[in-house]
Ligand binder design. Structure first.
Ligand code: ACO
Length: 360
């Protein structure tokens, strides 16, 4: 039995390839390096959807229109829903979207996290939710709906780079959950709800908030090595390190670190915060290597995600929801790809419980 399904092939996909040995990510034939250098989130969405949905017209406009359509679902957001953690509030709002299979349903699902997360954060703070501006790029509009001000070009580019970087990543736990539900022909909304539920756990997309808790606790570059040693001695896992597939550095960590450096040169992030993160990373890598010499544990995407989203003004409780803002494009494309196979995913289990008593 293989409890974590490690190395088990459960799907054939044209969407993305994670090469864990060489630290390489390819999305529809384009390497992550090229993708972040040349593409917006809307471009990547066009790439992911190509052949799965009948794309007509420009993606930025279509996604903007979809943002406006989902904003209407906020009207009945009750206080109990607003009081939930942002990712749970968003899940409840997403469940209001009709379970279709067409392009409009797909676009509404992709648009939803960028509308719902900023709105829920504003409502929680006692402010009015801001309506989308369909003429803006997706990332810039999400930041404007969060803060109420137009983001700088560097801020919008940093969030766009993040969304591109996390848009798709092979058969990760949330994408697999989406494909399992899609294989029953349940529809795109049900598939995305399953994926979001899988994403929120700390072993998957729930890690970046705890990364900041770790930086706060480590407090200074000088104290970082001793703090990390104490955490590992207690048997705690270091958030933002290790990966099921990558045995070298996660290429997404480099893409995000480069985006952070660009923000730092624009004066949009405290250089002391970046220096603390680099000290924690260096100490963590050295100590993980000494503790687990046979298990390469390197920096994963969540480590620099935490700093990037903090610098853009998202509270740490909302980080998983922002992850969903990008990954939802991959979930929808994978759900569609799986549904088109017409094959139900239904693995087997080994029964280890008691057998019925033989009649006396
Ligand atoms: N810190 C300390 N030890 C670790 C870490 C870590 N971050 N990651 C793995 N290990 C250790 C485990 O304790 C285990 O040791 P053991 O064999 O003595 O019990 C060994 O390395 C192997 O760990 P597994 O959990 O079997 O490896 P798996 O491939 O299942 O785990 C995972 C991958 C869940 C990401 C793990 O590395 C982890 O928990 N990391 C911290 C959480 C995190 O950063 N999650 C985000 C992942 S990226 C993403 O999903 C977008």
């Amino acid at each position: 039995m293989n409890a974590g399904l490690e190395d088990v092939v459960a799907a054939q996909t044209v969407l993305s390839d994670v090469d864990g040995k060489n630290g390489r990510l390819v999305v529809r034939g384009v390497s992550l390096d090229d993708l972040v250098a040349t593409s917006t989130y809307e471009d990547v969405l066009g790439l992911l959807f190509d052949g799965f949905f009948p794309l007509s017209g420009a993606m930025p406009g279509a996604l903007g229109t979809a943002r406006l359509a989902v904003f209407e679902h906020l009207a009945a957001a009750d206080p109990a829903l607003v009081a939930l953690p942002p990712v749970d509030g968003m899940r409840a709002l997403l469940a209001r979207l009709a379970d279709g299979d067409d392009l409009q349903s797909a676009l509404r699902l992709v648009a939803a996290p960028a509308v719902f997360i900023p709105a829920l954060l504003r409502l929680k703070a006692g402010q009015a939710a801001l309506a989308p501006d369909p003429s803006l790029p997706h990332a810039a509009d999400a930041l404007r709906m969060l803060t109420g001000a137009m983001p700088t070009q560097q801020q919008a580019a940093a969030l766009d780079c993040y969304l591109v970087t996390v848009a798709d990543h092979g058969l990760n736990a949330s994408t697999f959950a989406a494909r399992v539900v899609a294989s029953t022909q349940a529809g795109l909304t049900s598939s995305v709800l399953a994926a979001l539920s899988a994403l929120k756990g700390p072993l998957h997309g729930g890690a970046p908030g705890p990364v900041l808790d770790m930086l706060d606790a480590a407090a200074s570059p000088e104290r970082a090595p001793a703090w990390i040693a104490a955490e590992l001695a207690r048997g705690h896992r270091l958030m933002g390190f290790g990966h099921r597939v990558y045995r070298v550095r996660d290429p997404r960590a480099d893409a995000l670190k480069a985006a952070l450096r660009r923000l730092a040169s624009a004066g949009a992030i405290d250089p002391a915060r970046l220096a603390l993160a680099e000290a924690v990373e260096t100490a963590a890598l050295a100590q993980l290597k000494a503790k687990k010499p046979d298990r390469p544990l390197d920096t994963n995407v969540e480590f620099y995600t935490a700093l990037l989203l903090e610098a853009l003004g998202f509270p740490r409780a909302a980080f998983t929801g922002v992850f969903a803002m990008g990954r939802v494009g991959g979930w929808v494309a994978h759900a569609r790809e799986q549904a088109e196979t017409g094959k139900l995913i239904r693995p087997s289990s080994v029964y280890v419980g008691p057998q019925p008593q033989a009649a006396a």
